[in-house]
Design a protein around this ligand. Structure first.
Ligand SMILES: [Zn+2]
Length: 216
């Protein structure tokens, strides 16, 4: 198996909880991880049927997280289903960004030009929530442009040290090469200052990959 989406024979409908077809259900590995930061995943409608998609399992594994499938929402409150101030939320930014010199962290807050902000601590402090765009690179860009309220959010960019656990199973769907659940895990670990979060959050994704690699 090299590049490209994989074809998995699927005879059963999706599990109501994790969204995966019967044999690929990862509910046994779901153990919601409590976090302070609210997570909102905006999912491109075409990503919903992707066997290796991770938005639904991320929403199940991260306590308080939500996934919304669609193309555009009037504002953050409409997407979230409750009042919220976009300026207190961050979005995983897709535009051009440069890793700062001597980069020590995998999560960098950037300005509108994609340059690292001078005071990273202040930029990442007091965040109420985090928006992630779920889909391929071009689908995520579509979501970005169709939701101009995202411009009000603080922008963060990931420069992960490790490659995606996808390996060769899926073409890298995001610029930084991580699945949505991995991106959420890396971002939350750094924002909340808890390095154990990452491994705990990605557990059901690792279970999914084991099943897919075993062909069941
Ligand atoms: Zn399930």
């Amino acid at each position: 198996m090299t590049d490209g989406p994989i074809a998995v024979p699927v005879r059963e409908g999706p599990c109501a909880a994790c969204g995966k077809p019967g044999p690929f259900c990862v509910c046994a590995a779901i153990d919601p991880v409590p976090v302070r930061t609210r997570v909102l995943i905006l999912q491109h409608p075409q990503e919903k049927t992707e066997i290796l998609g991770t938005a639904t399992i991320a929403a199940a594994q991260i306590a308080g997280a939500n996934v919304r499938a669609g193309l555009s929402w009037r504002n953050l409150a409409a997407a979230l289903g409750r009042e919220a101030d976009a300026r207190r939320w961050a979005v995983l930014y897709l535009g051009p960004a440069k890793a700062p010199e001597g980069l020590a962290d995998a999560v960098v807050a950037v300005d509108k030009a994609g340059a690292a902000l001078p005071d990273q601590g202040a930029a990442l402090a007091g965040l109420e929530g985090l928006v992630l765009l779920d889909g391929t690179w071009s689908q995520a860009k579509t979501l970005w442009w169709r939701n101009p309220w995202l411009l009000k959010c603080r922008r963060i960019v990931l420069f992960p040290k490790a490659r995606s656990r996808y390996g060769t199973l899926r073409r890298e769907p995001r610029r930084e090469g991580l699945s949505t659940i991995e991106a959420a895990a890396v971002a939350l670990s750094r924002i909340e200052g808890d390095p154990t979060l990452e491994a705990r959050i990605v557990k059901p994704f690792e279970a999914l990959l084991r099943k897919v690699r075993a062909g069941r």
